[in-house]
Design a protein around this ligand. Structure first.
Ligand code: AMP
Length: 220
């Protein structure tokens, strides 16, 4: 049981690399707290209604709510190796995460994607996501739901342009990330976790290779 924590700012390629990892590692399950929250919003659940405006403002959901959401997800996937994407994101989430790993005798490695703020801003301004298969494209000067877009992966015409990818909210999200990441790194390092730093500005294929190399090292 070797869980993976994928760290990186919004737009660093976590979602894309997570999909590639899941395709290449049998039994690996992807927990993206952002995706789970967006699904709750889309489905209009009580949780979704509670978190909608917070997500749209670029702020973080409370540690309590995230803790409940992650616990429920993990309970349903207890036997799987888990790829954590977007969690842990605060000092208190790191503590909860490390307690969970210890309690269930699990091990984990951390892969951190590093990309300059300017590259992130450029990428997020062009990002759109396939509503059907989750493929992340960089092609967009589209509006949400534009039917002229065709997913390069599954051929669907259902595009999502995230409302929190607009420039004001992106600045807020990056500021929060830059503020939280240092304590998160320190806490994970203190715990003795192996943290692989990968240059996320390379091509998708190059990043994929660096990530795969990091995962292979952990298995040794
Ligand atoms: P993401 O898809 O990871 O960029 O997350 C989108 C939004 O969901 C964030 O800006 C937060 O509002 C919320 N969110 C996702 N994961 C977390 C988390 N671990 N802690 C708090 N808020 C989160």
């Amino acid at each position: 049981m070797f869980d993976i924590v994928l760290l990186g700012p919004p737009g660093s390629g976590k979602g894309t690399q997570a999909r590639l990892l899941v395709e290449s590692i049998p039994g690996l399950k992807h927990l993206s707290t952002g995706d789970v929250l967006r699904a709750e919003v889309k489905n209009g659940t009580p949780l979704g209604m509670e978190v909608k405006s917070i997500i749209e403002s670029g702020n973080l959901i409370s540690d309590d709510l995230i803790g409940q959401l992650v616990s429920a997800w993990v309970k349903n996937n207890a036997d799987a190796t888990i790829l954590f994407d977007g969690f842990p994101r605060t000092g208190s989430q790191v503590n909860a995460f490390v307690d969970f790993e210890n309690e269930f005798n699990r091990q984990f490695a951390v892969i951190e994607l590093v990309v300059s703020d300017q590259d992130l801003l450029d990428r997020l301004a062009r990002r759109c996501v396939c509503a059907v298969c989750g493929y992340i494209d960089q092609a967009c000067s589209l509006t949400d739901g534009d039917k002229t877009w065709t997913c390069p992966s599954c051929g669907a015409h259902e595009v999502v342009v995230r409302s929190d990818d607009c420039s004001e909210v992106v600045s807020e999200r990056l500021a929060i990330y830059n503020q939280e990441i240092m304590p998160i790194r320190n806490q994970l390092d203190k715990h003795g976790a192996v943290r692989h730093v990968v240059n996320g500005s390379q091509s998708v294929k190059e990043v994929q290779k660096a990530v795969a190399d990091a995962v292979a090292q952990d298995k040794k």
